[in-house]
Unconditional design. Structure first.
Length: 267
């Protein structure tokens, strides 16, 4: 079988090699073809915790990096604390803070986590916020309690003269209702915990980080003391206006990637 003349032509092979070179130049590096999809996640070892009518809130910095060879997307960041005795406190991450306070804006912008795309080598880091969610019935009660206290305070302020005091406390009935709800729903106790943070694409887990930590009795005392602000209208709803809430939790060294993944899967 004879070779077609055009295959013997040097110009044909030059054109072919040029086309291959152009194609490769427009593609990711060849080494990335074999690296697959891989994501790493790190979290700051300093966390900040508060609570709203008994449910804990958290804020910390997370760093997600695409260490694989393909573009990846994540749509959720899951977070929970698991006590050594088995209790789990779910703290799903609802949003993150973009930017820092300026003279024009006292607070950074809060954005929801929807879908974040990372090309190979890219990383995403932000201060994220999460809190234990209420069920539908409790959420209705929380809103009712909060609005009653705030409306009470605003009504007193509206009736006051400009020269009078600017601090007004809600009536005892409203405060007692808030305290009763708080006492019923405040479940966090001192002890040994592990904090799990998972980056996910829908139901697929891309990466997990896990850190042991200890919640001490003085942490519990501080969280309980936040209820003192209810009569002034404070700490009723999750609020992340401050970049650094008062209560600081110090996490211990992270578990191995394998142990973190096993612990997360056994939730």
């Amino acid at each position: 079988m004879s070779i077609p003349p055009f295959l013997k032509s040097g110009s044909t092979w030059s054109l072919f090699l040029s086309a291959v070179a152009i194609t490769l130049s427009q593609s990711p590096p060849v080494v990335n073809w074999f690296r697959g999809e891989k994501v790493s996640v790190r979290v700051a070892r300093e966390w900040f915790m508060g609570n709203a009518l008994g449910h804990p809130t958290v804020q910390f910095t997370v760093d997600v990096q695409n260490t694989g060879g393909r573009t990846v997307q994540f749509t959720d960041i899951d977070c929970f604390l698991k006590k050594s005795t088995g209790e789990v406190i779910n703290l799903p991450i609802e949003n993150y803070l973009q930017g820092t306070p300026t003279s024009e804006s006292a607070n950074p912008t809060r954005l929801p986590i929807t879908s974040i795309s990372l090309r190979p080598g890219e990383r995403w880091n932000a201060s994220v916020t999460g809190h234990e969610e209420w069920n539908e019935t409790d959420e209705a009660t929380v809103n009712s309690i909060s609005f009653a206290i705030i409306d009470d305070i605003q009504a007193q302020r509206a009736k006051a003269k400009a020269a009078e005091a600017t601090w007004y406390a809600a009536t005892d009935d409203h405060v007692k209702q808030a305290m009763a709800f708080f006492k019923e729903h405040f479940k966090i106790t001192q002890g040994q915990y592990t904090a799990f943070v998972a980056v996910k694409h829908d139901e697929q887990t891309l990466a997990v980080a896990a850190h042991p930590l200890v919640i001490y009795s003085y942490h519990i005392d501080y969280l309980r003391s936040l209820s003192d602000g209810y009569k002034w209208g404070y700490n009723l709803l999750p609020s992340f206006a401050s970049m650094r809430p008062d209560l600081r939790l110090q996490l211990n060294r992270p578990l191995s990637i394998a142990d973190a993944a096993r612990g997360y899967a056994s939730k």
